[in-house]
Design a protein around this ligand. Structure first.
Ligand SMILES: Cc1ncc(COP(=O)(O)O)c(C=O)c1O
Length: 367
């Protein structure tokens, strides 16, 4: 089976991990600081705070930004479910907003009519390595005095204008889950330029204290700490980042060259101001369900797009998510036609040619 995505892990990760194991400092220590510093430099963010995973990192960011019970937070209807669940975890209510068909990110022209007295935040999600329009979103946020949390879980290496995603709102998050452009197994990092927010985040992740080694706690906090084992992977993966980005671009170009000649396949547009990273290579396919079954039988794994939040069984009839009954035609259409194709760093030319030939063959020969 050609996997849809696979991390690029080899002896260079083992080399860094061995250093950590030999040092015996396996909880959060020197390597975590090194990883945070590198990410902060790369993204040009004043502060970077690593946490156990992107979901708890988002929760901490929301708490640091003052989100409370009964607040409303506007999020796109197509995203990984944790974007909504972290809002619920903070006691607030996600409010669903339709996406653009072109680039799959939040349709900012629909945000204003969702704003009520309870609205406190907008969460743009930079989906599939593209960018939501941060210029327009920040403009709306400023007008209504809302906070902006950027879900840049999938956005390592992605830029909006000259800014790395995650650094444009109040706080942003990049995830390092196993399928991301670079990975630490589990892991997330929060980016902010504001010192007060940085200090709140440190306390939230470290039982309410700035430094370890004391049992006197100024605030209520939790344990969202990273480990140096994760950081060792991260430091090693960062050395490969540019190579991974380049390879993914070349994979995307090859798919584009062949697949966009097929009438039944439509591209996803790169928004203006976006410098993307094609960590997943995705298209809209006619008859995607049958195509994916056909490819699976040929040993090719594909992945459907995220299930629209308004259709999620866990939110039905529970009154915990707002706007479930709106018209989400675009989300439904995109969900039913979207597929992500194999796009790992390790994908060979031969494998990609085989995938392309199978897809073309499918459309030429179906009844
Ligand atoms: C858009 C989006 N937001 C949030 C997350 C959650 O990140 P994590 O898996 O690190 O908790 C993910 C997935 O990993 C994601 O794709």
């Amino acid at each position: 089976m050609i996997p849809q995505i696979q991390p690029w892990i080899d002896k260079s990760e083992l080399f860094e991990l061995t250093k950590v194991i030999k040092s015996t400092y396996i909880t959060e220590n020197y390597f975590t600081k090194k990883f945070e510093d590198k990410i902060s430099k790369l993204t040009n963010s004043k502060y970077a705070v690593a946490m156990s995973n992107g979901t708890v990192a988002q929760y901490a960011a929301l708490i640091a930004l003052g989100i409370k019970k009964n607040d409303e937070v506007i999020i796109p209807n197509i995203t990984f479910i944790s974007t909504a669940n972290a809002v619920i975890m903070a006691g607030a209510k996600p409010v669903l907003c339709e996406i653009y068909k072109d680039d799959l990110c939040i349709d900012y022209s629909k945000i204003e009519k969702l704003i009520t007295k309870r609205t406190k935040m907008i969460i743009p999600v930079h989906l599939y390595g593209l960018t939501a329009d941060m210029f327009e979103i920040n403009k709306i946020a400023k007008k209504y005095k809302l906070k902006v949390f950027e879900d840049a879980a999938q956005g390592m290496g992605v830029f909006f204008k000259k800014n790395h995603v995650g650094t444009i709102g109040d706080i942003g998050m990049i995830s390092f889950y196993g399928n991301k452009t670079i990975t630490t197994g589990q892991g997330g990092i929060l980016l902010t330029n504001k010192k007060t927010l940085y200090q709140k985040l440190i306390k939230l992740k470290n039982h309410g204290r700035i430094k370890q080694g004391t049992f006197i706690h100024d605030d209520i906090g939790f344990n969202f700490a990273f480990t140096d084992l994760q950081a060792a992977l991260g430091v090693s993966q960062l050395k490969k980042l540019q190579k991974i980005i380049n390879k993914k671009k070349s994979i995307k170009n090859k798919y584009d060259n062949h697949l966009l000649k097929v009438n039944e396949i439509k591209n996803i547009k790169i928004p203006k101001n976006c410098k993307p990273v094609f960590w997943f290579t995705s298209y809209l396919f006619e008859d995607s369900e049958n195509l994916s079954k056909y490819l699976f039988k040929a040993g090719i794994q594909t992945r459907k797009f995220f299930y629209p939040l308004h259709m999620q069984p866990c939110y039905k009839k529970k009154n915990i998510v707002k706007n479930l009954n709106s018209n989400f035609n675009i989300s439904e259409e995109v969900y039913s036609s979207g597929l992500s194709l194999p796009s790992s760093y390790n994908l060979t030319d031969k494998q990609q040619k085989y995938i392309i030939s199978k897809i073309i063959n499918y459309y030429e020969n179906r009844n």
